[in-house]
Design a protein around this ligand. Structure first.
Ligand code: PBG
Length: 337
């Protein structure tokens, strides 16, 4: 497709921008409520609604109130929520065995959600980080995250989640070969309908810090969490490598792929969608949320404008859907027109 630019004064780009209705007609992208996925933090106990210190307005909720917590999201038409359990240090162990418990927080919340909101999609994050004392996403052996042993744990977790009602398992661990292994295990259990959203291009990012606060993973004497996850998450310097990751996950059976973080990685979102045309998701991560909210709290940015613009940019880059802590607020604004 070729575009021939005219020249001034015959061609005036401002002509199409002069009224709201013309701007609407020529808009190339739109943000819909159906594009939004809302991440939810879970905590044990009853009647719990605890604010996450580094994420203003974001709560951890207990399984007995989770259905009520998402009721507005469901009625606004948000298609799915993604579950992330908070685990205090004293409830963790070296190998993250809590991940394998068929009655863990995610499983209990999934059952409660499917009972109360059968039409709402439930996504379960598959990784060991919230269950291990070192907060790595897999099992550590001889100082290294062991690929095969970690994948074995992820498989058990995925099958448990699916049996508890999780519709989409979302491995966020970046181990090699986990998508194909999980797919085979699900199919062997008769769980062919369970979808896999792979965190395909997940970078070793500094923007996850507030999330680690939210799930209780600020481990170590300085509470910084694992210093880095660079032996399994991707180097921010790379994009061709992201395409190879996506190609492998799709070949192994991923139904949807994700790029993460979001705004600093829009080029990756764009290339992934262009190259594969597969359902492409992006995660506007905790650090992006907290950065925006910190500036909003100081009066430096307008909340609604900054939020809606950031979400629209994901659509422009080619994302089919967005995981965002702003999901409910954005959906309210979209609904209000
Ligand atoms: C863990 C996981 C992380 C996020 C989602 N799943 C953090 C990490 O890899 O350390 C980050 C989400 C966010 O920052 O909002 N497997």
């Amino acid at each position: 497709m070729m575009h021939y630019a005219g020249s001034f004064p015959t061609t005036r780009m401002r002509r199409n921008r002069q009224d709201a209705w013309t701007r609407a007609l020529v808009a190339e992208n739109a943000l819909h409520v159906g594009d939004l996925i809302w991440p939810i933090f879970l905590t044990d106990g009853t009647g719990q609604r605890v604010e996450v210190p580094s994420m203003p307005g974001v709560l951890r909720v207990s399984p007995d109130v989770v259905a009520e917590h998402v009721a507005e999201a469901a009625s606004l038409g948000i298609p799915a929520v993604a579950l992330f359990p908070y685990t205090p240090m004293e409830a963790r162990d070296e190998d993250g065995t809590g991940a394998l418990d068929p009655d863990n927080l995610t499983c209990r919340a999934a059952r409660a959600l499917k009972a109360a909101h059968p039409g709402l999609g439930v996504i379960g994050d598959v990784a060991l980080d919230t269950y291990t004392t070192h907060a790595h996403d897999g099992v550590v052996r001889n100082g290294e995250v062991d690929n095969e042993e970690s994948v074995a744990a992820l498989v058990t977790m995925s099958v448990n989640y699916a049996k508890a009602g999780v519709d989409i398992v979302a491995p966020s661990d970046m181990m090699d070969g986990r998508i194909g292994t999980i797919r085979a295990a699900l199919d062997a259990e008769g769980l062919q309908r369970t979808r896999i959203m792979s965190y395909a291009a997940k970078y070793a990012s500094g923007f996850y810090a507030p999330f680690r606060d939210a799930i209780g993973s600020l481990t170590g004497p300085d509470r910084a969490g694992p210093k880095d996850k660079k032996t399994y998450q991707m180097d921010p310097a790379n994009t061709d490598e992201a395409l190879r990751e996506v190609a492998l996950d799709l070949a192994e059976g991923a139904d949807m792929v994700m790029v993460k973080p979001g705004l600093p990685y829009l080029d990756v979102v764009h290339r992934v969608r262009r190259e594969f045309g597969a359902p492409t998701f992006v995660y506007q991560v905790s650090g992006e949320y907290s950065m925006l909210m910190a500036a909003v709290e100081r009066g430096w940015l307008d909340h609604d404008r900054a939020m809606m613009e950031s979400l629209m940019c994901f659509k422009r880059a080619g994302a089919n859907g967005i995981l965002t802590y702003f999901a409910v607020q954005a959906a309210r604004l979209i609904k209000a027109g």
